[in-house]
Design a binder for this molecule. Structure first.
Ligand code: AP5
Length: 217
């Protein structure tokens, strides 16, 4: 099962991805997490990407496409995978078609911009694993510490309100057109793609329930 999670920054893609991947036993491929790991490891790509990520802009299509291509060739992707944060441009979506990659589900998690600004201001992240919390909506067991490792949680530089508003602008311009792109694919019976809009407003459990029932029905 190959799944794409679409949606604006902060819609809850990473939060929900963890549950979907556990339920369907497929790996989560988060381009954001991959890039942050590269930044942390000081790789060539990481050094190039750091400024772009911190400023809320998109990393170039060629870098992202080659990262994803390499990742989905791994053995753990043989039974499918969940793409979280990819594709984000029409060029990136076209790259999947060029590789003849069949997408079973596109889940578009919808959340209004103002809710996103609130969510991002309270987000805390465990950098090494990508596990995400929210100080009010999904707090860790111990303030400021990851539940599994006990390591420190951080606030992402790109979660600053002005940067979040910039990321939302970029989302509406470059990524939102993918909604129509995949709706058109879903109408074409040759693709086998199903497009499902998910209301991302509500508790974490409510959103999870909407996604699970959409995937099993
Ligand atoms: P990336 O890490 O992918 O960022 P994003 O898509 O902007 O998404 P986020 O991780 O910010 O949010 P999310 O939807 O996963 O929400 P989350 O679950 O954390 O990318 C970062 C950067 O890398 C990009 O800006 C770009 O520079 C680069 N990049 C990555 N991929 C790229 C690509 N393909 N092309 C080019 N550049 C790329 O939830 C957010 C918060 O809300 C959390 O605190 C969470 O606890 C809380 N929350 C979740 N659900 C709920 C709920 N139902 N109610 C209340 N709070 C909730």
């Amino acid at each position: 099962m190959n799944i794409i999670l679409l949606g604006p920054p902060g819609a809850g893609k990473g939060t929900q991805a963890a549950h979907i991947c556990e339920k369907f036993n497929i790996p989560q491929i988060s381009t954001g997490d991959m890039l942050r790991a590269a930044v942390n490891d000081g790789t060539k790509i990481g050094i190039k990407a750091k400024k772009v990520i911190d400023s809320g802009n998109l990393v170039s299509d060629d870098i992202i496409i080659s990262l994803v291509k390499e990742r989905i060739e791994s053995q753990d992707c043989n039974n499918g995978y969940l793409l979280d944060g990819f594709p984000r441009t029409i060029t990136q979506a076209d790259s999947l078609k060029l590789e003849d990659i069949k997408i079973d589900y596109v889940l578009d998690v919808q959340v209004p911009d103002e809710d996103i600004v609130t969510r991002m201001s309270g987000r805390r992240v465990h950098l090494a694993s990508g596990r995400t919390y929210h100080i009010a909506f999904n707090p860790p067991n111990l303030e400021g510490k990851d539940d599994l490792t006990g390591e420190d949680l951080i606030q992402r530089v790109d979660d600053d309100e002005d940067i979040v508003r910039g990321r939302l602008k970029i989302y509406h311009k470059k990524t939102e057109p993918l909604v129509q792109y995949y709706k058109a694919d879903a109408l074409d019976t040759n693709t086998g793609t199903k497009f499902i809009a998910i209301n991302g407003v509500g508790s974490l459990d409510e959103v999870q329930e909407r996604i699970t029932s959409a995937l099993v029905s």
